[in-house]
Design a protein around this ligand. Structure first.
Ligand code: ADP
Ligand code: MG
Length: 357
C-alpha cells in the first residue's frame, strides 16, 4: 500500500526551536522534571519510559516536550521524532480512517523513535482513540522507543480513560511541575526581560514577581505589556510605570480542586476534613462525605477509583454508591437547593488564606 510521504516522517522542523532546555529556567518546582526530560532526550527509551509530566496550565509542559525533541534531534538527527497533541492525534486518526489510510497513520506513529504526546487529558472521549493510543503505546514501548506524555493531572485522575491506558501511563516515571515560587519567578523574569531587552532593573522585576504568581505564561504576559508600552511611548519604563502596567493578580485558589471541595463541604456541615477521608460512619459525616464525593465527580469529572483514592483509599464501588445516593436525593427540592448553592460557591474563586493547614 502506498504510504503518503508526509505521513512517513515528520521533520523535526515541526518542533518549535525556541523551546529549548537552555531557555527553560529551573527551580525546586520543576528541576526534577527538567532533569528527567534531559535524560529522556539523551537516552531515549532507556531511562524513563514512558515519561509522564503533569502540571497546571502555563507551567512549561509543552516547552519541555519540544525541548526533548530539539535536544534529541541534536544528539541523533536520524531519529524519528514526533510531537503531537492528543487532539491532533485524534484528528489525524479520523482523517486517516475517512481517507482509507489508517495503515500509514499507524506506520507514522508506531515507527517513531520518540513520540511526544501533549495534553493527553484532551483526548476526545471515544473508544477508538483510546484503542489506537493504546496500541501505539504498546508498539513503541515494546520496541524500546521513548514515549513522553503531558497532562494537567496525574494519570490516576484522568477520568474516563480506560484503566489499561492509565496503568501504562503510570508504568514509567510520573513527574510534576509546581507553580514557581518567588525566587524562580524572579529568575524566569530576569532571563526573559534580558532576552526581550526590556532594561528592567531588579526592583522592577521583583515587583512583577511579587504580583504575578499563577503561571509562567502570566509572567510572560506582564513582560509583553511592558514591552508594548515601551514601543508606544519612547520614555523609559520607571518602577511607577511597571506598577501601573502590572496589576496584582487576585490571590485566589483557582481552578477548583479536590482539596477545596472537601474544605467547603466540611465547613458547610461542621465536620473535619479528615473525617471526610476517615472511617467514621455517623449520619452527618457520612452525608457530608457522600456530597463531597458527588461534587468531585460532578464538578471535576474524576473517575470513581480516583475519587476513592482521594477519600481515604475507598473502593470505587462505594464511591459509585455515594454518588448515586446523592443523585437520588436531588429530586428533593430542599436538598437540591442546598447542593446548587454549594456548587455556586465552589464556582467562585476562594481566598487562598482558607487553605487547610
Ligand atoms: P503548558 O504547556 O504547561 O501549559 P507552556 O509550555 O506552554 O505551558 O509554557 C507557557 C509559556 O511559559 C511558554 O512560553 C514557555 O516557554 C514559558 N515557560 C514555562 N516554564 C518556563 C520555564 N521554567 N522557563 C522559561 N520559560 C518557561
Ligand atoms: Mg501546553
Amino acid at each position: 500500500m502506498p504510504v503518503p510521504l508526509q505521513e512517513g516522517r515528520q521533520s523535526p522542523l515541526s518542533l518549535q526551536a525556541h523551546y529549548s532546555f537552555d531557555r527553560f529556567i529551573t527551580g525546586p518546582e520543576n528541576e526534577l522534571t527538567a532533569a528527567a526530560c534531559q535524560a529522556a532526550a539523551a537516552h531515549p527509551g532507556r531511562t524513563y519510559n514512558p515519561l509522564f509530566i503533569h502540571g497546571a496550565v502555563g507551567l512549561g509542559k509543552t516547552h519541555l516536550l519540544h525541548a526533548i525533541g530539539n535536544a534529541a534531534y541534536r544528539f541523533a538527527p536520524e531519529k524519528r521524532i514526533r510531537y503531537v497533541t492528543s487532539e491532533r492525534f485524534a484528528i489525524e486518526l479520523i482523517s486517516a480512517i475517512r481517507g482509507g489510510h489508517t495503515e500509514s497513520f499507524r506506520q507514522a506513529f508506531r515507527t517513531a523513535d520518540i513520540l511526544l504526546i501533549d495534553d493527553v487529558h484532551f483526548l476526545p472521549k471515544k473508544e477508538s482513540f483510546e484503542e489506537e493510543l493504546f496500541h501505539t503505546f504498546n508498539a513503541l514501548y515494546d520496541g524500546n522507543r521513548q514515549i513522553v506524555l503531558s497532562s494537567d493531572r496525574p494519570p490516576e485522575e484522568l477520568a474516563e480513560l480506560q484503566d489499561r491506558l492509565i496503568s501504562r501511563f503510570r508504568g514509567g516515571m510520573v513527574t510534576d511541575i509546581q507553580p514557581p515560587q518567588f525566587e524562580t519567578r524572579l529568575a524566569i523574569l530576569t532571563a526573559k526581560a534580558r532576552e526581550m531587552e526590556l532594561g528592567l532593573d531588579r526592583e522592577a522585576l521583583s515587583l512583577i514577581a511579587s504580583r504575578i504568581n499563577s503561571s509562567v505564561r502570566a509572567l510572560e504576559g506582564a513582560l509583553i505589556r511592558i514591552s508594548a508600552y515601551r514601543e508606544l511611548q519612547a520614555s523609559p519604563v520607571t518602577i511607577e510605570r511597571v506598577s501601573e502596567l502590572v496589576i496584582p493578580e487576585p490571590v485566589t485558589e483557582w481552578p477548583l480542586d479536590v482539596e477545596r471541595i472537601k474544605r467547603e463541604v466540611a465547613q458547610e456541615y461542621g465536620v473535619e476534613v479528615t473525617a471526610l477521608e476517615g472511617k467514621k460512619r455517623d449520619k452527618l459525616v457520612t452525608q457530608a462525605r457522600h456530597i463531597a464525593m458527588y461534587l468531585v465527580r460532578d464538578m471535576l469529572d474524576r473517575s470513581y477509583p480516583a475519587i476513592g483514592h482521594e477519600f481515604g483509599g475507598r473502593d470505587h464501588t462505594s464511591v459509585m454508591h455515594a454518588c448515586r445516593k446523592v443523585s437520588d436525593l436531588l429530586d428533593t427540592p430542599l436538598f437540591r437547593g442546598e447542593i446548587d448553592r454549594l456548587k455556586r460557591k465552589l464556582q467562585q474563586p476562594a481566598p487562598r488564606s482558607a487553605q487547610r493547614a
